[in-house]
Design a protein around this ligand. Structure first.
Ligand code: SF4
Length: 588
């Protein structure tokens, strides 16, 4: 359902690096200034950026973060929209000289930090204001990391060469583009490949996700983009990640019990969690379990590609893989019907009725693992496939049979993976639905208390929405964060006079079939009032696509949709086309 409808408004402070201006004699050089001298009216920031407005809350937040870093204490700070949170924590982080990880809720904020806020601060702190000549040497050592699935796995790409597993002309074209790019890219980050559709099925076969990686035993380990990213992290003072990457990394390290190549994030003196209201949900995902037909299919496909590449495919293994695919599709198709996400409260009854199919899938996993284990002189990746098959079996067992009281069991259905082209470089989806069996801890507090807060010297949690009833009791309890300083800073904006909050009182429940048609009409009216210039947010991809399709051709404004092009490209288009309307979900 539409979760938010935001009318685009001009932003008061743009974080583009400003042209260098000389500081007055009374203002110290940026790097020598106190926080007050930096943020205060007439201070370094005011001289660096002509549109800068002093915000008391920003200075207060910077001072609170500096104190937390110095005293090695945790801090929770709620700062309303418009406070300028990013500069408020970046300044004390830079001044501390410590290695700090900054974790955000979204890729967009990561990009804002890396491409705008940090260059801006570099300019303010070390720029021509000091009178020193500019050098090409970067003065802040900063690295920006995304989830592993954003990076290319060189080994998979090389293994795929000459393999008959590409489906269709699009995949062949995409493969050629990726193979040419691999020779020149320094990062392996798919964002550099603007023409690659976000939903490319081929990319999914080539990305560097953890489960298919054999780490130090890989022949490409030294040239691997992930190894390179790990190295860059070790050499950086500030590492920018998102919550998904942070918790995936933490979960991997916990699982690997300190193995040297486990995880990619280095030790840090502090972690700043921006958009910290999302921590509980994200952490729950990574300390929980997710088993799906897609995961089984990924395993079967990886095994098949490896066996073909190594010329080890046999009739018996081919049969084992065929049976695994068949049994998986059948088992997941039997799960209770329903759209989106819903509780799986009838696991016992389901197993009573479908116990044979559950057992059959288990046996198919055992058979594949056994056949692979029995291969003579097997390459390293085969051991990895055995581990993946066994892990799937254990997790499937937990998701179906566990009665752990701290876990909620649920099902999620998502549309099939996209694989054929559409306008704007987007793709159509395949008919097949992916079904996820999820088991998520109800209370992540105890896990975080033990594995995160107790081990970190300093954590800063910030967001515009953290306090409940003016206090942090609720969030502290949900996140297991017992000892932390607290601060609530008011918003800089005059919401009462400058914003309009509208809740349509007459629309039916978003789950009813009539909802979309009525919501479309309302959205159309709102867009006509605002003359486009809007960001329309949905909580489900299905509804976003549905509403977008219905409005396409009905409105005279350019309509942009998440998934049709990389997010940075869409945002750029949104900025450049004055009446554009952007349809997206919270993951945007
Ligand atoms: S180390 Fe892992 S991610 Fe890197 S190339 Fe090898 S298999 Fe791929």
């Amino acid at each position: 359902m539409p979760g938010m409808f935001i009318i685009e408004t001009p932003v008061a402070l743009r974080s583009q690096p400003a042209s260098s201006t000389s500081s007055p004699r009374s203002t110290p050089n940026g790097k020598d200034a106190s926080l007050y001298q930096f943020f205060a009216p007439g201070g370094v920031l005011a001289h660096t950026h002509p549109a800068y407005e002093f915000r008391r809350g920003q200075l207060q937040m910077a001072q609170a973060v500096e104190q937390a870093l110095e005293e090695k204490r945790h801090l929770i700070v709620e700062a309303g929209t418009g406070t300028g949170k990013t500069l408020a924590y970046l300044m004390p982080v830079i001044r501390s000289g410590k290695r700090v990880i900054i974790s955000t809720g979204t890729k967009n904020l990561q990009e804002q930090l890396f491409y705008k806020d940090i260059p801006f601060l570099e300019q303010a702190l070390f720029g021509a204001a000091s009178g020193e000549a500019e050098t090409s040497r970067p003065r802040l050592s900063v690295c920006y990391m995304k989830g592993r699935n954003n990076y290319l796995c060189r080994k998979k790409l090389y293994d795929l060469t000459g393999q008959p597993v590409l489906s269709g002309l699009d995949e062949i074209e995409q493969y050629r583009a990726i193979a040419a790019w691999e020779k020149t890219t320094a990062t392996g980050d798919r964002a550099e490949l603007a023409e690659l559709p976000e939903t490319s099925a081929l990319w999914h076969k080539l990305d560097a996700r953890t489960e298919a990686c054999i780490g130090q035993k890989c022949s490409e380990y030294e040239r691997c983009f992930i190894t390179e990213m790990r190295r860059r992290g070790m050499e950086s003072d500030i590492i920018i990640v998102n919550h998904h990457l942070f918790f995936a990394d933490l979960a991997i390290k916990l699982q690997a019990e300190g193995a040297p190549d486990a995880g990619i994030l280095p030790e840090a003196a502090a972690v700043i969690f921006d958009e910290a209201h999302e921590l509980e949900d994200v952490a729950g995902n990574y300390f929980g379990i997710s088993v799906s037909n897609l995961r089984v299919e990924d395993l079967a496909r990886d095994v098949e590609a490896s066996l073909q590449h190594n010329k080890m495919m046999s009739a018996s293994l081919s049969g084992a893989l065929g049976s695994l695919r068949e049994r998986s599709q059948f088992f997941f198709s039997l799960l209770p019907p329903g759209e989106g996400r819903f509780a799986f409260e009838t696991r016992r009854e389901f197993l009573e009725e479908n116990g044979d199919e559950f057992l059959a899938l288990n046996q198919a996993l055992t058979r594949v693992a056994g056949e692979l284990e029995g291969l003579p002189q097997k390459p390293q990746e085969i051991f990895n496939f055995v581990r993946r098959a066994q892990e799937l079996q254990v997790q499937l067992g937990f998701a179906m049979e566990s009665d752990d009281r701290n876990t909620v069991f649920w099902i999620e259905r998502r549309g099939g993976r996209a694989n054929s082209p559409r306008r704007h470089g987007g793709t159509e989806k395949t008919g097949r639905q992916n079904v996820f069996l999820q088991a998520t801890p109800i209370d992540v507090g105890p896990i975080l208390r033990e594995c995160l807060w107790a081990k970190l010297e300093c954590a800063v949690l910030t967001s515009a929405t953290l306090a409940v009833g003016g206090g942090f009791e609720y969030i502290r309890q949900r996140l297991g964060l017992e000892h932390a300083r607290e601060s609530v800073l008011p918003s800089h904006f005059d919401y009462e006079n400058q914003a309009l909050f509208y809740v349509p009182p007459d629309l039916p429940d978003a789950r009813t079939p009539q909802f979309v048609a009525l919501a479309v009409e309302r959205i159309r009216k709102l867009l006509e009032i605002t003359r486009g210039r809007a960001f329309v947010l949905f909580t489900s991809y299905a509804q976003m696509n549905d509403v977008y399709q219905r409005l396409l051709g009905e409105l005279k404004f350019p309509l942009l949709k998440q998934g049709d092009a990389p997010e940075a490209t869409l945002l750029e288009e949104f900025r450049l086309r004055p009446k554009a309307v952007l349809f997206a979900t919270p993951s945007f």
